[in-house]
Design a protein around this ligand. Structure first.
Ligand code: FE2
Length: 259
């Protein structure tokens, strides 16, 4: 499917306000530049809403959560495509560029007059519950609950989606991987809420998002479809700048593909 066939995009945010229209415009810009990141962002909206609902967030905070989930990676507009789609490990300089996307996204969204409650989610979605995340190294409940929810669903979608360097894993495997990071990467409260939902429900949410809007589907990577493609996996531990945003306790899934 050619990129122009995805436009106009279905509006992934359920509210119909001037702000939501502006956010939709930002999302459309992201889709035109980087369809894979747009698809990932659109899928995060129902995932984040599901966990927020289980945790009893009121409607106004659920709206903020959905907006933050949709825009969390908007800073990748400023990351060069060669880095975004690199099938392997990032160099020191590439990694330092990639790590700037939360702050870049915060600046972009602030310039669009997006409220601080939402820009804060963008800035802190790569913080870890144990304080080892970036860019601020915030710990525990110094990270907003909305950002802690986004951190989990960000990884859930990353693991269950095609990446330039690997195939997706199942929702059941992703749930196990997320449970293993309870209290380190992820807030135990958010993990426990996530685990109350059967894995087929998460798969159903993904299917519904993609059915409603083809632009929310995985961007195909031709290299996986070539019959002679041979995936050469890296051995074991994650190298320092692995481009896989997945989980550190798992064997590194980054792969080089040889034809
Ligand atoms: Fe991100």
């Amino acid at each position: 499917m050619e990129p122009h066939q995805f436009f106009p995009l279905r509006h992934p945010l359920s509210d119909d306000t001037p702000l939501a229209a502006a956010l939709h415009s930002l999302g459309t810009t992201l889709c035109a530049r980087d369809r894979g990141t747009y698809a990932h962002s659109a899928r995060l909206v129902p995932y984040a809403h599901k966990i927020g609902t289980i945790l009893g967030l009121p409607p106004d905070r659920l709206r903020i959560l959905r907006q933050g989930a949709f825009l969390h990676d908007i800073g990748k507009l400023l990351v060069h495509e060669q880095i975004l789609t690199k099938p392997g490990f990032l160099s020191d300089s590439e990694w330092s560029v990639m790590r700037q996307h939360p702050a870049s996204g915060h600046r972009i969204a602030t310039a669009w007059s997006v409220p601080e409650s939402v820009t804060g989610i963008i800035l802190t979605h790569h913080e870890w519950y144990d304080g080892s995340g970036y860019p601020l190294g915030l710990k525990g409940r110094r990270i907003s609950l909305e950002a802690r929810i986004c951190a989990l669903v960000d990884v859930l979608d990353a693991l269950t989606s095609i990446r330039p360097y690997r195939r997706p894993i199942s929702f059941a495997e992703a749930a196990s991987a997320i449970q293993a990071e309870r209290g380190t990467h992820f807030d135990p409260l958010v993990v426990d809420a996530f685990l109350t939902v059967p894995v087929d429900v998460w798969a159903g949410l993904r299917h519904a998002a993609v059915s409603a809007s083809p632009a929310a589907g995985d961007k195909p990577f031709d290299r996986f479809d070539k019959p002679n493609a041979k995936v050469v996996r890296s051995a074991g531990a994650h190298p320092p700048h692995c481009s896989d945003p997945g989980l550190h306790h798992m064997p590194c899934s980054a792969a080089h593909l040889c034809f």
